[in-house]
Design a protein around this ligand. Sequence first.
Ligand code: G6P
Length: 617
Amino acid sequence: MCGIVGYVGSEPALPILIGGLRRLEYRGYDSAGVAYLEGGGLSVVKRKGRLQRLEEALQRQYGEDLSGGSVRIGIAHTRWATHGAPSDENSHPHLSASGRIAVVHNGIIENYMELRASLSGLGYAFVSETDTEVVAHLIERHYDADAKKDLLSAVLRTMGEIEGSYALGVLCADDPGTFVAARKDSPLVVGLGTNGNFIASDIPAILSRTREVLILEDREAACLRADGVRVVDALGRPVDRAPMHVDWDVEAAEKGGYEHFMMKEMHEEPRAVRDTLAPRLRDGAIRLDAITIDAADAAAISKVQIIACGTAYHAGVVAKYAIERLARIPVEVDVASEFRYRDPLVDARTLAVVISQSGETLDTMAAMREAKRRGARTLAIVNVVGSSIAREADDVLYTMAGPEIAVASTKAYNTQLAAVYLLAFRLAALRGLLDEAACAGWSERLLALPEALDRILADRSVLQRFAAEHFNARSVFFIGRGLDYALSMEGSLKLKEISYIHSEAYAGGELKHGTIALIEEGTLVVCPLTQAPLLEKMIGNIREVKARGAVVLGIATDSCAKVDEVCDAVFRIPDVDPLLAPVLAVTPMQLFAYYVAVNKGCDVDKPRNLAKSVTVE
Ligand code: G6P
């Protein structure tokens, strides 16, 4: 997500901080800022847009190389917007009420609405729309109430009140020699240097300065001074951890030590899905505060029209199953380039749901405008805050995948599905089809998904072995029924995008109407088998392809024993409600595609002829 760098030491701090942010630029961001102490005063400079703008503002005061003045301590941030559009006000660092405490934050404070309301009640004024600002105020409250005026204790107390994910850097004007860092579910490392110490959300930011790092664990905090670092647990007890020596080069460090961005991004799926779901599933209720559709609006919807391209379109196909099943509204799904030219039946009773990772895909944008022109209400499921589609849609439901760099989309799809379920449950609740108890049940099942994804990723060597045996396949078929068919489309796309192997997704029941003619000795068939009510039918389909010589890889839940006897290999995913299974079952398919492409020696992150964002027709 966003980037954090911090430094305290004997060298000019600003070149280190800005240089560190530059190392994180590859991840994408929309604004940048820095807070530092000089002559007893705390200064904050922040700018929307490129890092260059921040640097220019600082250069006017500190010279071309930023080494003027006497700044020796500071925290810096590049923001990828989540709460509130990209703007100077929403960029970090954020200040406490008195302006004495500055905070940079990565992650999402899930209970920030409650905290913001109670702080507002106490007279605190907010200058941004971010979730982070509550953290600055809370730290200051605890700091002011503490006779010892200990910043670390104030941060630990605040950690006890905030829920969600965070990596924090905190600077206080009262102590020019110290700053504090803390983390939970968002990465943060401490760098140990000879002329000072550092924090960074990602190792590349500090790699040119030190290779000795302490990895902070969840709910730990650190107090950094020029001459040392003290790490404590949530109760303030000292943590004794040996530093790790990083021998990665910058390129490997950018990929978090993984060989490719695609693998790194798949490993971010549990975090991304949690960040998309958890803030909206509080106390068993589904809260989509940013969506203005009320019960009367929901009752009036006669049709949901989904519009998207590529992977986002495949998320839309899953959405059709979910919305129709839960909210009982007819759903049509179109690829954007078809929708805009087919004279579609859309009117004021249509809810057009537009799905896009980038929020900039030209066909999707044009199709959304067409739907609007015909009177539809528009709702966008988008990953990039403030993107064109997000700005033009009537309502926006953001996915919290964070920046995706690999051209082949992975974590964005899992989070699009998470968002689609939230929307389906919300529409169902508004239409009186889902009571509180049912909502609570679904909420619990949704919140279990990130942990299940963790296990799938940990078990990936099974897929690595299978891919090593089959990467020479000329053609691969993905076959499924129901949601497994919707999912197969994405599995097939992933494989063809990065491995250049011809592949097709087919509905199991459709096999005998054509595709079965292509099955011969050794043909590879991948079957997601997560839809219990359709399992017998799928087993029948598998027998049909096996009888013609196919090799079958099944993807099935733990308790689905039946499929062992018909498949050549089975990858197991944790038991999950069939409706939610695509969020989990796509990951083995992404991993399989990845390992096939690696075995073939393909350029995994930059497949030929493809672009990450398609802004031309
Ligand atoms: C391109 C990308 C795909 C993506 C599609 C739609 O083709 O390579 O990964 O799914 O565009 O992009 P969007 O940003 O609208 O989701």
